[in-house]
Ligand binder design. Sequence first.
Ligand code: PLP
Length: 398
Amino acid sequence: MSEPVSELAVRAEKLDAADELRGSRDAFVLDDVTYLDGNSLGALPAVVPGRIEDVVRRQWGELRIRSWEESGWWTAPERIGDRIAPLVGAAPGQIVVGDSTSVNVFKALVGAVRMAGEGRDELLVDATTFPTDGYIAESAARMTGCTLRPVAPADVPGALGDRTAAVLLNHVDYRTGRLHDLPALTAAVHEAGAVAVWDLCHSAGALPVGLDEHGVDLAVGCTYKYLNGGPGSPAYLYVRRDVQDRFDSPLPGWNSHAEPFGMRSEYEAAPGALRGRVGTPDILSMLALEAALEVWDGVSVEAVRAKSLALTDFFLECVERYVPEGGVECLTPVAHGERGSQIALRCHDAGAVMKRLIERGVVGDFRAPDVLRFGFTPLYVGFADVERAARVLAETLA
Ligand SMILES: *Cc1c(COP(=O)(O)O)cnc(C)c1O
């Protein structure tokens, strides 16, 4: 017995046919699973395995030490930073790749407080932040003699003052998918004479960020979510050009020295974004990331954003039509200007519900205590995936 095809399934097919990013899906290794967890671990770009094979067998296996020069290993952190730059609205020369997001949050926050100057001894942190940012902010505050004040992003303007040294905010909330107002909040932070630090983990690769345009001072982000760099791929640190001379890294390793091979006993920071480097870069992960970023060739972030909003709008519509009243509660703002690229639904017994969804080929994730997260990566998620996810969710809840 075949079920009648719903009107929404027909719509999904039409939307997929008209989707200008449809072809991007072929650049990834995917099966018939509906993968809505790219906001946790992006799918594998098809170009990566062959590149890694070459990096290991030829660059490492045959060229060995020569690859630091001849295969461009030494300059990979800044070269790959420049490849990420257009995706976050940054001109070249302001981003280095390396270390984890957690480590870069530390560099950025201590650097921000050192930049802020005399008499400023308060550090504000997004009270709803992803935990690691909060833990590190607490330690950074303790180390720099600052008081840490957790504040909800919307309350930041009212909490700023002439003692505020720096403010750490998440561009998109990892749990609810709420997009915070980066231009307005950055302007408010600057108005108070403080330094603005943004965490872009859940926005880079999903929507335009405009770091240069909005005058963000420092920013960090991971590369294994919407940038598809692979498990534990290195993070990045953005230091705006006109604050680079004042960026005093708390982790001044030999890789950020002005003359790394001079082997001098006294430290002298390299000019520019390079001073965000620390030690020897993790070349295998870094070059996997470099290959993964090729999926962005010819893709505009604006097109990605437009599709992301269309996907999440369509998901909300399908959920509303398929899921009985009261089955789920949406935590993600409905207004486009306040929405990232995920939908968070609160429901009873969410952990068990997500387990069932995954068994039925719809992969999202569960965030304690009661949230189902569905991430929409426009490069490889289509409208038929969206319709299927909502339909299977409704069947599971029933
Ligand atoms: C994913 C994520 C991190 C991850 O930090 P790691 O050091 O890479 O483990 C940090 N902050 C936010 C806001 C995140 O979403």
